[in-house]
Ligand binder design. Structure first.
Ligand SMILES: Nc1ncnc2c1ncn2[C@@H]1O[C@H](COP(=O)(O)OP(=O)(O)OP(=O)(O)O)[C@@H](O)[C@H]1O
Ligand SMILES: [Mg+2]
Length: 286
């Protein structure tokens, strides 16, 4: 089960003859449980396009995606209940404006559960739980989603997917536009959900500090090609990082600089500031 991509390409067409190949020949497998995946790559590398194939919001131009046993290919298949697929895989859009449409936050969050035949009362309970999970209080439930700040909209759109309780959560840049504390708070929430429920979480981000600290698998796209699929540790040892337009996490960068400049015997590959400072202390006492 889970999600399997088999030689998936997606071409956008525009105008009379124009087309653009956004992802090329992608083969990968996402387990149903217990993965914390970060999907990274430069702007325009195809991340959002790939994510939209994970719950059949986009259809491959060639190849196929198997989502919890249903095969999605270039043509719409009347036998597939796409709504059921989306019960398994919830996608939070990069731009919350595409996702929010009801007149109150509460109705917006309740929409998903109600669509999956949850009772009104239970959907309300889910909405209250979800709004608190994303760090907003219940007074937000009566507000109009369109009058919220960018970061608040983002949180509400995430709450909407949490309330649906899918098996796999795919979040397209959930932390972009949030303040540093908010970013961490949300990443901690996703980590917590993953640890408590063993759900697989896929997060698209440009922030390599977060990737290094939270991911246990990283998928890298470059110009629509899958160029890396492996653990976070090996990734940041790769020489190709710059050619894929990826930054080295700041802990590694600072420790590498200190190591060379002061000829310290330290291991620069430390994930958090706390670990980096412990390693530095150890190196200075050697
Ligand atoms: N509807 C569309 N029509 C034509 N081209 C498109 C369309 N949507 C996306 N593209 C192109 O496909 C490529 C991949 O887009 P995508 O949104 O998947 O990139 P991304 O990696 O998510 O980028 P970002 O980091 O900026 O969000 C881009 O070059 C983009 O211009
Ligand atoms: Mg995108």
């Amino acid at each position: 089960m889970g999600i399997q991509f088999r030689k998936v390409s997606h071409e956008y067409s525009f105008g009379q003859k124009g087309f653009f190949q956004a992802i090329n020949n992608i083969t990968l497998s996402i387990e149903e449980k217990n993965e914390f995946i970060c999907l990274v790559g430069h702007t325009g590398s195809g991340k959002s396009t790939l994510a939209q194939h994970m719950n059949a919001l986009a259809f491959p131009t060639s190849g196929e995606v198997e989502i919890f046993g249903s095969i999605v290919s270039s043509k719409r298949n009347k036998k597939i209940h796409y709504n059921d697929l989306r019960k398994h895989v919830g996608l939070v859009f990069q731009f919350p404006e595409y996702q929010l449409f009801e007149e109150t936050v509460e109705k917006d969050i309740m929409f998903g559960p109600m669509n999956f035949k949850v009772s009104l009362e239970d959907a309300k309970t889910e909405a209250l739980k979800a709004i608190k999970q994303v760090g907003l209080n219940e007074t937000y439930l009566k507000r109009n989603p369109f009058n919220l700040s960018g970061g608040e909209k983002k949180r509400v759109s995430i709450a909407g997917i949490l309330a649906m309780n899918p098996d796999i959560l795919v979040l397209d840049e959930p932390t972009s536009g949030l303040d540093p504390q908010g970013k961490r708070q949300l990443m901690d929430l996703f980590k917590q959900i993953q640890e408590d429920t063993l759900k697989t979480i896929v997060i698209i981000t440009h922030d390599m500090d977060l990737v290094y600290e939270y991911a246990n698998r990283v998928i890298v796209l470059n110009d629509g090609d899958l160029v890396y699929d492996g653990n976070e540790e090996d990734l940041f040892h790769k020489e190709e990082l710059a050619s894929w337009s990826l930054n080295v996490p700041s802990t590694i960068r600072v420790l590498q600089r200190l190591k060379t400049q002061f000829n310290l015997d330290i291991n620069p590959f430390q994930k958090t500031v706390e670990q980096a400072s412990l390693e530095l202390k150890r190196g200075m006492n050697r």
